[in-house]
Design a protein around this ligand. Structure first.
Ligand code: COA
Length: 149
């Protein structure tokens, strides 16, 4: 069993098809992944999209976002998912380790991420890799600037 983690750079039909499956396993509400959307994601200079292959098949993904702020260079990890059929083989561990390595190599001050408590495997994964729970609230505005209904 060979696991390879590499940066994804091209929105080929095969990659779009595999990532679409992964997006479906990550979020029921996310819109279907189109080629145009993936091109946009891959071209965004803040993004590094990592793909994990198990014996050649693309089975996992992670997006690292590195962005400069007045307080310093920061990073977020987003959209981590491993195909249901390939879980439990250390693939998310390999993806996350590589993302943290790239972020630190780039000189970031911090790498943040969020994960709902119900995502038991994900929370164990991040804690096992040394991520510490912060005492901070996560807010979201779905309709920015509009009064809450
Ligand atoms: C979370 C997820 C990415 C883990 O992927 P994975 O490749 O199976 O994870 P790994 O094999 O690298 O496991 C790493 C650690 O996660 C934890 N873990 C993995 N699967 C678990 C499970 N079913 N139950 C509890 N903990 C689990 C363990 O601590 C494990 O370390 P260990 O094997 O040394 O015990 C995968 O389960 C997934 O895609 N889930 C759905 C999407 C999701 O929740 N994404 C995260 C969004 S924040």
């Amino acid at each position: 069993m060979v696991v390879e983690v590499r940066q994804l750079r091209d929105a080929t039909d095969a990659i779009v098809a595999r990532l679409s499956v992964l997006v479906g396993q990550l979020s029921e509400s996310a819109p279907p992944l189109t080629r145009d959307r993936l091109v946009e994601v891959l071209r965004c200079p803040c993004n590094t999209v990592l793909g994990a292959r198990l014996d050649g098949e693309l089975v996992g993904m992670l997006t690292l976002v590195v962005f400069p702020l007045p307080t310093g260079l920061r990073a977020w990890i987003e959209d981590v998912v491993v195909d249901e059929a390939a879980r439990g083989h250390g693939i998310a561990t390999a993806l996350t380790r590589e993302a943290v390595r790239i972020a630190h190599e780039g000189g970031v001050r911090s790498v943040d991420l969020t994960s709902r408590p119900s995502r038991v495997a994900a929370n164990r994964l991040y804690e096992s890799l040394g991520f510490e729970l912060r005492d901070s609230r996560v807010y979201r505005a779905r309709r920015v600037g509009q009064p809450t209904p």
